[in-house]
Ligand binder design. Structure first.
Ligand SMILES: Cc1ncc(COP(=O)(O)O)c(C=O)c1O
Ligand SMILES: [Zn+2]
Length: 407
């Protein structure tokens, strides 16, 4: 018997494995496109796993990942990246706001594959596809999913086609091509690239990414909760992340929910999700909800920003279709959405370079700016542990690296 199965979130139907899920075009008989993975594994094992020192990759947690055979694993050493204590941020909080907090930075830029947030998802996708005989795949991406999947799927021998918006960084296009994969730069924004990808899927029968609720992406990213336990011995009080589609927060909730039986004290961190002022539809939706006292149906009210003009192409989701899923999670966590100024990103990234010798990518600078904004907004309290989830290094955008040097 397989250690995992999928369950439809709408009607509860059980789908036995990914082979079945893929054969029904990643949707349930009831029409729902969202399924979550469940495991028959004993969660007590996790207590042993979080004692392991220096694991090679996140397949340490394979008991709780949806594949069977280790021979199918495609890995470049991802997912068990360091969580560092950045004391200069603690000093800043103390000196400027009188707040004593612990600030931990989750170094996703050190992932082995392509140095981003997306490497774990791409790795697990390559593994699951190899296990289930998938030979072709396509996606619309703002950049990091594109580069990560390009590399991992190439290693698994899977032909991959990416549709990117016009605003994509040239570095991203070159990275995709360097892995021998196909890239279509679409003459429009991310929403338009998604339409082009959907048409390609329809016309050619090539499997397409199921988006931010894709159980593969969610299962890969949920392992961050296990890493918090392994490296910090706890889940942080506050979790800060730049948000675009929203896989991060969805995965965090899945991870915390999954272990509640064996770690009853673990609760959802207060999620602070950050967007830059040049593309902030989720922040606007949230502000509207706050202003109307979360009036019935609030989660379905958000603006759509056409052709967002932003240097952070990774965070250019102008139509935040996941807001109705993500915003209630943020509310449940006691968190909030915050807006930061794009014009200040290079300066914030510059402080990280000066204090830590780290060049952050633009989306990471949005995340780190969220820490300063959260202090200003009184969202961080004395005695709390704050985790800043930085998602990429400056290798993603050489133009931004130059801006950091000049800032
Ligand atoms: C570096 C980085 N930060 C943040 C995000 C936002 O991720 P999500 O909104 O899917 O959780 C992404 C992906 O889009 C990313 O690549
Ligand atoms: Zn169903």
């Amino acid at each position: 018997m397989s250690k995992y199965r999928l369950r439809c979130t709408q009607c509860g139907e059980v789908i036995p494995d990914f082979a079945a899920w893929f054969s029904q075009d990643q949707s349930c008989k009831c029409g729902c496109k969202r399924a979550v993975a469940e495991y028959s594994s004993d969660y007590n094992k996790l207590k042993e796993l979080i004692e392991v020192k220096n694991p090679d990759n996140f397949y340490l947690y394979s008991d709780f990942l949806p594949f069977e055979d280790f021979n199918n694993v495609v890995s470049f050493g991802e997912g068990v990246i360091p969580i560092e204590n950045w004391t200069y941020l603690e000093d800043f909080a103390r000196e400027n706001y009188g707040i004593d907090c612990k600030v931990m930075v989750y170094r996703n830029d050190l992932n082995g594959g392509t140095g981003t947030f997306k490497d774990v998802a791409a790795s697990l996708a390559a593994t699951v596809f190899r296990e289930n005989g998938v030979k072709e795949f396509c996606v619309a991406s703002t950049g990091n999913t594109a580069t990560a999947y390009s590399r991992y799927l190439a290693l698994a021998g899977i032909d991959f086609t990416v549709f990117v918006p016009k605003c994509v960084n040239q570095d991203t296009v070159e990275a995709i091509l360097s892995h021998g994969q196909n890239v279509m730069v679409c003459d429009g924004d991310y929403s338009y690239a998604k339409k082009r990808a959907a048409a390609f899927h329809e016309d050619n029968g090539v499997m397409i990414s199921a988006g931010n609720i894709d159980p593969i992406r969610v299962e890969a990213k949920k392992t961050m909760v296990f890493e918090f336990l392994r490296q910090l011995g706890r889940v942080p009080d506050v979790y800060i992340q730049a948000v675009s589609g929203g896989t991060g927060p969805i995965a965090l909730e899945k991870g915390v929910g999954e272990i509640s039986g064996v770690f009853p004290d673990v609760k959802l961190p207060r999620m602070i999700l950050v967007q830059q002022d040049t593309c902030d539809p989720m922040v606007q939706g949230w502000e509207n909800a706050v202003n109307t006292d979360f009036m019935e149906g609030w989660e379905n009210k958000y603006p759509v920003i056409d052709n967002p003009q932003t240097i952070v192409s990774i965070l250019s989701t102008g139509n935040p279709g996941m807001f109705p899923v993500v915003a209630p999670i943020v509310r449940k966590s006691g968190g909030t959405f915050l807006r930061v100024e794009e014009s200040g990103l290079a300066t914030v990234a510059r402080t990280a370079k000066e204090h830590r010798g780290v060049y952050l990518g633009p989306a990471s600078a949005v995340c780190l700016s969220g820490f300063y904004k959260a202090l200003e907004a009184g969202e961080i309290h004395n005695g709390e542990t704050v985790l800043v989830n930085t998602g990429e290094g400056a290798g993603r955008s050489s133009a931004f690296r130059e801006m950091i040097d000049k800032a």
